[in-house]
Design a protein around this ligand. Sequence first.
Ligand SMILES: Nc1ncnc2c1ncn2[C@@H]1O[C@H](COP(=O)(O)OP(=O)(O)OP(=O)(O)O)[C@@H](O)[C@H]1O
Length: 322
Amino acid sequence: MSLLTVNNLKVHFPIRGGFFNRVVDKVYAVDGVSFTIQAGESFGLVGESGSGKSTTGRTIIGLEKATAGQIQFNGQPVNTKHERKKLNYDREVQMIFQDSFSSLNPHKRIESIIAEPLKNFEKLTPEQEKIRVLQLMKTVGLAPDMLYKYPHQFSGGQRQRIGIARAVATNPKLIIADEPVSALDLSVQAQVLNFMKQIQRELGISYLFISHDLGVVRHMCDRIAIMNRGQIVEVGSRTDIYQHAKHIYTQRLLAAIPSTNLSKRQQNLEHRQAVERKYQAHKDDYYDETGRAYPMVEVSPGHLVSLPPKQALQYKQLKEDD
Ligand SMILES: Nc1ncnc2c1ncn2[C@@H]1O[C@H](COP(=O)(O)OP(=O)(O)OP(=O)(O)O)[C@@H](O)[C@H]1O
């Protein structure tokens, strides 16, 4: 059974204007998104700024209200407050944010920041709470003498570890990590990502890993969904996405990954320019006249792509011939 199922999720924001402040238009931030996450899996949600990734994550955790669609946790609906409470959902699903500086209260010491979810969900004595906080600090590699320090006394990487300690405090099953390393230097990014993997192995957590960067997601995720204009346009395994990408938008995101090999820089630049020309020439073919992505077709087991009708037909016929 899937741990999390998101079915046809829509989140539309009203745009108000005019003299009476009426709703004059809508932002279709998330517009029919479906995916599943298995227990222990890392699922990546990738796309450019504004594609609707954060809104999807924020809606799953309950920070935004869904306009339509269903969310299930362990096969049970979690669309109402009552349903969430019944399944301990607010405890089982936690979130890590990009900007650890603004997500950690600057006036609180690390001790009370990490203890916050414990206070909400567990009835511990002050001594038990302190022991648990120290355990959590050890898990994320922070020394015990840091207990009474404030967030500004830590580096960006350490602050992300504090955010992770707070997120794992309630032993969650799923962590939504929204751009957890994009504010960090490259060398620190690798450290935090490896650390997140280690924690996953130790605690058996699933991740919904949100990023604009296919390079970062490559090392973290088993399956990846590519989001564009509020919709998922391609989803598949790591191999499907990195070696057999079919959607023009995925190909463009892949070409944007910077090369670490200096001697290949020129070659990569030329490749990126060629992909960009192809994208500009053909991108409209991938959307219908209303700007919506076409229905997904399964191009190989588990690899689904939204393709223009002509291309989609080829795959459908291949399937029928089988
Ligand atoms: N509360 C809101 N009210 C109105 N529009 C919103 C709101 N939140 C997000 N949006 C709009 O919804 C769209 C999707 O935003 P979202 O933040 O989900 O994208 P994203 O892919 O996560 O990008 P980024 O990485 O920049 O956050 C954007 O056009 C954004 O301006």
